[in-house]
Design a protein around this ligand. Sequence first.
Ligand code: PEP
Length: 253
Amino acid sequence: MRLPLVAGNWKMHKDHREAVDLVRELDGLLAGLEGVEVAVCPPFTALSDVARTLKESRSRIVLGAQDVYPAPEGAYTGEISPRMLKALEVHYVIVGHSERREIIGEGDQLVAAKARAVLEEGMVPILCVGETLEEREEGKAESKVRGQLESALAAWSSDEASALVIAYEPIWAIGTGKTATPEDAQEMNSFIRGWLAERFGQDTASGVRILYGGSVKPDNAAELMAMPDVDGALVGGASLKAADFAAIARFRE
Ligand code: PEP
């Protein structure tokens, strides 16, 4: 009942020409794929060309962005507004990715404002949550994730929350080659769904897609996605190779 979503986060890779080549190749490899939604999140500089390419080829690949600034416009040098993304027909926006939290120093309050701004512009936030290795080893993984959810979604109604996508991304598994076991991913995704049910009610919680992200590859995608509360994947490194990303999207085959 929840349509799996496989989203590629290209991070700071691919200029606008390389991005067009990659999305064209990917589109060809995804021909005929049913029952899975596929999204790509190129860097800002490639969004316009990728949007045009997707439109021209009538592709079913959905466009996403990697970040946004929570203001409609103004003196925010270097930033991109929700309206600018919407104008390019961006549908998903990643917010609170651990690289932005850890490297750029984004705090929970800014992440909450970003998620809200994306929602208000009629796009869908992919809200990233996850713990460090140290937090996991100290038994603090769930309390970290609960805190991130509480602060990001404090002002959300049940109706609003039903449009949300959450990505559980344990920081120790991102770009490290270490994948959480399917059981680890299921345990946390089920915890997240339980929190959503307490906060927004069971109906809303049952409809929210909760992805797993962290070194998802063609050879581990199927076992992760087989877990009942893993509704897809947020894919970094492996989304840069069309063949690997297509193989992940075709996890049922
Ligand atoms: C990510 O950055 O969201 C991610 C999951 O990266 P990787 O797949 O490379 O671990």
